[in-house]
Design a protein around this ligand. Structure first.
Ligand code: HPA
Ligand code: ZN
Length: 335
């Protein structure tokens, strides 16, 4: 029965809307790039790297995540990283991706903005022919840094704005409320960029309200803690706000203590537009289908729930209405 549902989920076309490309850096590639670029990393083997991936909160993960990025130096590195992710996504029948990148994670260690984005975009341009996947790119601001630094990043992005669909907000959440970034998000909106933000992963429901009311987000990343506030849930449902939920990430970062207690089924039952995503698959134990498998194994999801999750991923994407309709029609053909 569960196997049937997993087979069904695997067969469905899906979109991935919450994926940090730097978080798809597998230990094997990290090791290879460290050698290629002669970068010292504090690990002697792939096994040692994997063994270090045990976290009790978001910050413990972020410390290792920023350290892992240190091997990414050249345009080719960013290209190889992105191609490796697309290859994995294709294996999971992902047909559309909207990926995040963290420019400040690179510019702050003297890797130019243009180097990072060029390598990523070259891979994304190949994506449709090589993997049958369409792709969009979202640039995130690191919220533990000041808003001035986000403005500087937006300035660096200006020559590339026709190839960036939107801006996001990520990194350490508690103590860094969304409203700190209201001005830079408004500036991004004036450029015609979509706006998304991580909120309610560790931070309180108030941060989700702020993301809605001060950042004017088009999509909410995580949003788990919104469930603590009934009025907020009603608003998110009424606005058909898409939540990019990341079950294995939530488990690894101790946002939930057990997948059996993951709220994604509850979100669907409350009428929220939840989707399934991998966040940082190299660090959290899996890609999109690993996340589907985990929730199917541990929650009482129905076939309709699975179909809804796949449909939501296209409905919540930044594809054009006609493209969304085509993907939704393809979902209806799977049985
Ligand atoms: N939360 C916040 N920032 C991040 C994450 C996350 O899950 N992954 C990469 N940056
Ligand atoms: Zn994330």
């Amino acid at each position: 029965m569960k196997e049937d549902l997993i087979r069904y989920a695997a067969a469905l076309p899906k979109a991935e809307l919450h994926l940090h490309i730097e978080g798809s850096l597998e230990p094997e590639l990290m090791f290879q790039l460290a050698q290629r670029n002669k970068v010292e990393i504090p690990f002697n083997s792939v096994e040692e790297i994997r063994a270090a991936y045990s976290f009790s909160n978001l910050q413990e993960f972020l410390d290792i995540y920023y350290q892992g990025m240190s091997v990414l130096l050249t345009e080719e590195d960013f290209f190889d990283l992105t191609m490796a992710y697309l290859n994995r996504a294709a294996a999971d029948n992902v047909k559309h991706v909207e990926i995040f990148f963290d420019p400040q994670g690179h510019t702050d260690r003297s890797v130019p903005f243009d180097t990072a984005i060029s390598g990523i975009l070259t891979a994304l341009r190949l994506s449709r022919v090589q993997f049958g996947i369409t792709a969009k790119l979202i640039m995130c601001f690191l919220r533990h840094l000041p808003e001035d630094a986000a403005f500087e990043t937006l300035k660096q992005a200006e020559p590339w704005l026709d190839q960036i669909v939107g801006v996001g907000l990520d990194s350490s959440e508690v103590g860094y409320p969304p409203s700190n970034f209201a001005r830079v998000f408004a500036a991004a909106g004036k450029h015609g960029l979509k706006r998304v933000a991580h909120a309610g992963e560790e931070g309180p429901p108030d941060y989700v309200w702020e993301a809605l009311d001060t950042l004017h987000i088009d999509r909410l990343d995580h949003g788990n803690r919104a469930l603590e506030d009934k009025k907020l849930v009603e608003r998110l449902a009424a606005e058909e706000m898409t939540l990019t939920v990341c079950p294995l990430s939530n488990l690894k970062l101790c946002v939930v203590d057990d997948v059996r207690n993951h709220p994604i089924k509850k979100m669907l039952d409350l009428g929220l537009r939840a989707t399934v995503n991998s966040d940082d698959p190299a660090y959290f134990g899996g890609y999109v289908m690993d996340n589907f498998e985990a929730i199917i194994e541990n929650l009482d999801l129905t076939r309709e729930d699975i179909k809804m999750l796949a449909s939501n991923s296209f409905a919540g994407s930044f594809l054009e209405p006609g493209e969304k309709r085509a993907h939704l029609a393809a979902i209806n053909l799977v049985n």
